[in-house]
Design a protein around this ligand. Structure first.
Ligand code: FES
Length: 158
């Protein structure tokens, strides 16, 4: 009996793993304070409706107002089920791109055209392929299309 008590008081040998601690119950687990984000802050951005997908004909472009308080509008180009949205500001000197309000595409609808100096941009990613800002890109806006409605961030274009 005395030997058993004595053995329990001695520290484990260096090559023995330390005794496992009992984990806390699940209801007591919580993130460290520095990693905790309240629910209302977990959505990166609120969304707003841009328009219905049906309101933007396939192969066409359309202009929209920018975010509240912004001087920069947006424009969208639809290619089938895909919708590309950009801030309506040319990377060359920042002017709006549309040559007629709401018209952003070349005659064959293969490229976005800037009305000011004629820069041409690829529709899929906004890269300038020709013109004074060749190699620059349009400011792309993230888009969600759900149930036939096009959504963008409420801060898009700011
Ligand atoms: S402002 Fe668009 S090409 Fe110059």
């Amino acid at each position: 009996m005395t030997d058993k008590l004595h053995a329990a008081d001695t520290p484990p040998a260096a090559d023995e793993p330390p005794p496992a601690e009992e984990p806390p119950p699940a209801e007591e687990l919580r993130l460290p304070d520095e990693l905790y984000v309240p629910n209302e802050l977990r959505v990166p951005d609120a969304l707003r409706v841009l328009c219905r997908l049906d309101d933007l004909a396939d192969g066409e472009s359309k202009g929209f107002e920018g975010a509240a308080g912004s001087f920069v509008g947006l424009f969208a180009v639809r290619q089938g089920d895909q919708v590309h949205v950009y801030a309506n500001a040319c990377p060359h000197i920042g002017t709006p791109l549309d040559w007629v309000p709401g018209r952003f595409l070349s005659a064959d609808r293969s490229r976005i055209i800037c009305a000011t100096h004629g820069a041409e941009f690829r529709i899929a990613d906004g890269l300038c392929l020709r013109g004074p800002c060749r190699g620059d890109v349009l400011d792309a806006v993230q888009v969600q299309v759900n149930d036939g409605v096009i959504y963008v961030s409420t801060t898009a274009g700011v």
